[in-house]
Design a protein around this ligand. Structure first.
Ligand SMILES: [Fe+2]
Length: 216
């Protein structure tokens, strides 16, 4: 075994032991007055090391991606520009792959990917869904869907970028590589959305809005 592989194996072992630890139900200990509430399967995990942090980040993204698996079919349905529908459909498949990658990481390292609630993604998705109740032209809805989807992508790019960096620091090369694949997909999706907005959707939205104003 090479030295790098040896270091990686040691780090994985350390993380493996570590990941198994917090999976046990949290012991009933006296809580400080301002401690965060724990609710059901989303019991808060204490973070005392970079190993704790990466587990927490991966669980957060697991919940984030699973929320997107539910949200993307609604976005496909709401979009009217064919290329945008297609982009959302493709990203739904990628998102399912991203969920599987996080499961693979936990399979390798031990532990359960569930247990963390991603409130950031909940907020982005619920804000993005507000436009679906509006009676706007389809092109304006499409422009809003792109704006919401790009917020999602930027959130994920930031999260996966940090996880990759933390994985590299911990010598978890396999984790870093799997995360890198998801990161590249998110970056490509973001770029495609920018292209669709700039070449097609935003101009149509502008025309749609003007037509409505004249009619009103
Ligand atoms: Fe994703």
């Amino acid at each position: 075994m090479t030295r790098a592989a040896d270091v990686s194996a040691t780090a994985a072992q350390t993380l493996n032991q570590h990941v198994r630890g917090p999976l046990a139900p949290p012991a009933e200990t006296a809580k400080p007055p301002n401690s965060r509430p724990t609710r059901g399967r989303f019991a808060a995990m204490s973070i005392k090391s970079l190993q704790d942090l990466i587990v927490n980040e991966l669980r957060d993204m697991y919940h984030a991606e699973n929320q997107l698996v539910k949200a993307l079919p609604k976005m496909v349905e709401a979009a009217s520009t064919p290329a945008l529908k297609e982009a959302f459909e493709r990203h739904l498949k990628q998102t399912e792959d991203q969920v599987n990658r996080i499961e693979t990481i936990f399979d390798q390292l031990g532990g359960d990917p569930k247990g963390k609630r991603c409130k950031g993604m909940e907020g982005i998705i619920s804000e993005g869904a507000e436009v679906l109740d509006e009676e706007a032209p389809g092109s304006v809805i499409d422009a809003a869907l792109i704006a919401a989807a790009q917020r999602v992508e930027h959130y994920e790019i930031a999260a996966y970028g940090c996880i990759r960096s933390h994985a590299n620091l911990l010598g978890l090369g396999d984790v870093a590589r799997l995360v890198e694949e998801s990161l590249e997909e998110e970056e490509a999706a973001d770029q495609l959305l920018s292209e669709l907005a700039e070449t097609e959707v935003n101009t149509m939205a502008l025309e749609g809005a003007e037509r409505n104003e004249r009619q009103g």
